[in-house]
Design a protein around this ligand. Structure first.
Ligand SMILES: C[S@@+](CC[C@H](N)C(=O)[O-])C[C@H]1O[C@@H](n2cnc3c(N)ncnc32)[C@H](O)[C@@H]1O
Length: 243
């Protein structure tokens, strides 16, 4: 498992400006959430709070939790006293009441987790703290479509054996580069774990770059990320057939 404590400040500095992330990642998530004014949002695995601050800037009341003390410390020092941050143990959000949040988001967190058991424990807690009509959204790097691809802000090192739980490596193009040792889980595995918890998958999104002012690398032909939207009690809708 990566030591996020070791590179928290470098991660924060680079990702706050990372073009691929801000054009094709975070705005897709907020677009799916809609109007955030006055909504309560839990950012599970908030890291240094980059996305938490974005949510707050859109009027949400945000709570961020993460297992890395240093990531949370950087988040707390990033000048948004209105966001509540907590260092937790994995799935350790028992201190949050049942059915508290309109939305839960979790970006690039499940891909850092080695076992289905641990992912399921976290999903159970997220399910518990979501309001009845609440929405849970999470984003990951898109290994299925972009294995070995090079983007402006990061790359996915080619993996010849993409099977459930396989260790994979993503490299953030900061200076020095940050190497992330992640685990590949297929979208179908996530769907199974979500549905095993009681969630229903409602939507699946991914985005490629269009023609604009950015000198894109592989972003025009391959989607860097995907986003899964799950609801508590809504009727299941199947993932897009393009998946
Ligand atoms: C790649 S970072 C993403 C941070 C943030 N979500 C973002 O978009 O910048 C992954 C984060 O997940 C956190 N993390 C890993 N395992 C976790 C777990 N079991 N529970 C909560 N956070 C976890 C790490 O400490 C790290 O801050």
């Amino acid at each position: 498992m990566d030591d996020y404590n070791a590179f928290a400040a470098d991660y924060n500095e680079f990702e706050e400006e990372a073009v691929t992330l801000w054009r094709l990642g975070y705005p897709v998530v907020t677009g799916l959430l809609g109007n955030l004014k006055g909504k309560s949002v839990l950012d599970y695995g908030c890291g240094t709070g980059i996305f938490s601050r974005f949510l707050e800037s859109k009027g949400a009341r945000v709570t961020g939790v993460d297992v890395s003390e240093r990531m949370i410390e950087v988040a707390k020092n990033s000048g948004k006293d209105t966001i509540e941050y907590h260092t937790i143990s994995s799935a350790g959000i028992g201190f949050l009441s049942d059915e508290t949040f309109d939305f839960v988001v979790s970006n690039f967190v499940f891909c850092t987790i080695q076992t289905r058991g641990e992912i399921s424990l976290i999903l159970q807690q997220i399910f518990r703290v979501l309001k009845k009509e609440g929405i849970f959204i999470f984003m990951n790097s898109n290994w299925d479509k972009s294995n070995g691809k090079e983007f402006v802000s990061f790359r996915l090192d080619f993996c010849s054996n993409l099977v459930s739980g396989q260790p994979v490596m993503a490299v953030i193009k900061s200076d020095p580069p940050i190497v992330l040792h992640d685990f590949y889980w297929p979208v179908d595995d996530y769907r199974e774990m979500l549905e095993g918890t009681g969630f229903r998958v409602r939507d699946y999104r991914e985005m490629k770059a269009g023609s604009d002012d950015v000198s894109w690398r592989d972003e025009k032909d391959f989607p860097p990320y995907y986003v899964i939207v799950a609801g508590k009690f809504e009727i299941a809708s199947s993932l897009r057939s393009s998946q």
